[in-house]
Write a new protein. Structure first.
Length: 149
């Protein structure tokens, strides 16, 4: 039976013939160079990780810039949406006013239109001018008041 293995500090590692004796305290391995074999690998790993971190930070910066740009676009789009909604509401009000005028014209008969023209109001023809349409609107509103008041 072999004696127990011990370390330079005096610790023992068991008994028996199946243990392998490590006698590294008596032999010194002379260094082949001033650098250990893994020194270059460590420097390469650090360099690679630094490059990767730099790339990640650069990508993150570009992503943040793109996000800020998209947020600005969203704010602009919301403003445009509000403007379009206001325009749609104005057009719908104008449409309902025009429908009311058309309904009034349908109720007015030819005699009332001729009477209005004879009183000095101009009725716009099919080609009509802006002034003619303004006069038509005034005539229609005047007749509407006469009918409903």
């Amino acid at each position: 039976m072999d004696p127990p293995l011990s370390t330079p500090t005096g610790q023992t590692f068991g008994r028996g013939s199946n243990h392998i004796a490590l006698d590294d305290t008596t032999k010194e391995v002379p260094p082949t160079s001033s650098k250990l074999p893994y020194d270059g690998l460590m420097e390469e790993s650090v360099s690679l990780m630094t490059t990767m971190l730099s790339n990640i930070l650069e990508h993150h910066g570009r992503a943040n810039q793109r996000l800020a740009s998209l947020e600005e676009d969203l704010v602009h789009a919301k403003r445009e949406e509000e403007k379009l909604k206001a325009m749609i509401e104005a057009l719908e009000r104008e449409k309902s006013e025009m429908n009311a005028r058309v309904a009034l014209l349908e109720r007015m008969d030819l005699y009332e239109l001729l009477k209005a023209k004879m009183e000095g109001f101009q009725i716009a023809n099919h080609r009509g001018t802006i002034g003619g349409f303004e006069n038509l609107n005034f005539t229609i509103m005047r007749k509407w008041k006469e009918i409903h008041v």
